[in-house]
Design a protein around this ligand. Sequence first.
Ligand SMILES: Cc1cc2nc3c(=O)[nH]c(=O)nc-3n(C[C@H](O)[C@H](O)[C@H](O)COP(=O)(O)OP(=O)(O)OC[C@H]3O[C@@H](n4cnc5c(N)ncnc54)[C@H](O)[C@@H]3O)c2cc1C
Length: 476
Amino acid sequence: MDKTDRRLGMQQAISRRDFINGVAAATASGLVPGTAFANLPVTASAASAGNYPPLQSGLRGSHRGSFEVAHQLMWAGRQDWGRIDTADAEVYDLVVVGAGISGLASAHTFKKQYPGARVLILDNHDDFGGHAKRNEFAIKGKTVIGYGGAQALENPGEYSAFSKQILSDIGVDTSRFNTAYDREFFRRHRLCGATFFAESRFGTNHLVRYPLMDYTWFVPFAQPPLSTKEAVQQMPLGQSARRELLMLLEIKGDHLTEVPAAEQQDYLSRISYRDFLERHLGVHDKELLSVLQGLTCDEAVSIEVVPALNIMVYLGLPGLNATALAGINATREPYIYHFPDGNASIARLLVRKMIPRVAPGSTMDDIVLAPFDYSRLDERGSDVRIRLNSTVVRAVHNGDPQSAKDVSITYVRGEQAFKVTARSCVMAGYNAMIPRICPELPEKQKAALALAVKCPILSITHMLSNKAGIARVQFD
Ligand SMILES: Cc1cc2nc3c(=O)[nH]c(=O)nc-3n(C[C@H](O)[C@H](O)[C@H](O)COP(=O)(O)OP(=O)(O)OC[C@H]3O[C@@H](n4cnc5c(N)ncnc54)[C@H](O)[C@@H]3O)c2cc1C
């Protein structure tokens, strides 16, 4: 621990005011009774503690063991997987490739329509949920729950009737969040946003207690203790960058006068953030543009590419107040539809609905602490089975695709390839892989699917002792 760590309070004991605050920062402990968010005994969550993926730490999204086979298929064009064993003697009614929310929801929908159906869900990870992952941390004998990817149901009032029905099927009543989600948490604890300037880029490590991104619609932070002017003065930037930044943070009124107000949303979705800043607000300072570049986080692309609308409305980068869209976020549904483990609870509810033996309980409240027994996910005799650590490499019809009665699905688990047969198959994995997995697809569809590109995003969940009064730090 060095001087900077000490200044940030990292040497201090972890207290009840500890917090977890990931990519877009929200703390929702309301669905966990009272103090349980921080005080749950470690073992309560881990029924099959020996194999309980949410307790794993390190690189989890694409962990070692989950991507190697896919890379061999995609990058080296590997087709020969050696001896292929038959995994199960039975013919499944449905095999789903991918145990993310799409795959789980497909399986659930199929089971609803055909209650007696036998379904197998395959996923290359050691946990189900896809991007909707749960993290549990065992700290000083307590468990703290967080999310490892997708956080919240955004604007669920606008979901399709089909999606709303699925939520209802698994017992999610979104009005429960009105009281379950603690909207005042940050303000009550006087936790504000802050921006960290790293020595590697700015010559000094500097924390300024002022957020450069307006996250109010996501998380209502406490007011920063600094005025905009004071905050900009404290930033380790040159005069020109400070001058333009202050203008950008304080500007008000519609400066996009050449575009009618009703067309601005469309216009801003078609120009990049950088173009908007340069063309319409006269921001040219290279240092400032590089600071803003560092804040694009989960857009995963640079300010030259990301649409101005996305980054200002969704991520809160400055500039929106200089358009007719100022205040647009106040019209959105609040960002409260958030389980403590994010949308992992949705995945867990779907799994529990289909395989009740995996976890006790029946409500959206009890799913938060329900102990999940991973050893029951893939039991012989179960109607629905979820087989993890299994990468699908091929799915082809047995015979002429127009008339075949079933399909063969090949997956690789460890070093061994297996084959299963199914009457139908849903591909709910990565689009770009589908042309390699399904060679029978029409060329046009293959070409369209191959256009999909995945951008890596590294989302890190830390548990820090928080004596600094800061809710969220943006790292530049
Ligand atoms: C950091 C982050 C934050 C997000 N936040 C939100 C949010 O707050 N709210 C929201 O609604 N959405 C959010 N999203 C979007 C989120 O990805 C989707 O909402 C949703 O979870 C996607 O589900 P999916 O099942 O379609 O895909 P995925 O979650 O990607 O699931 C697909 C699964 O299929 C597996 N798979 C792929 N290929 C194969 C194969 N060949 N064989 C076997 N398995 C395979 C994958 O490994 C994965 O487990 C976020 C995404 C990320 C990355």
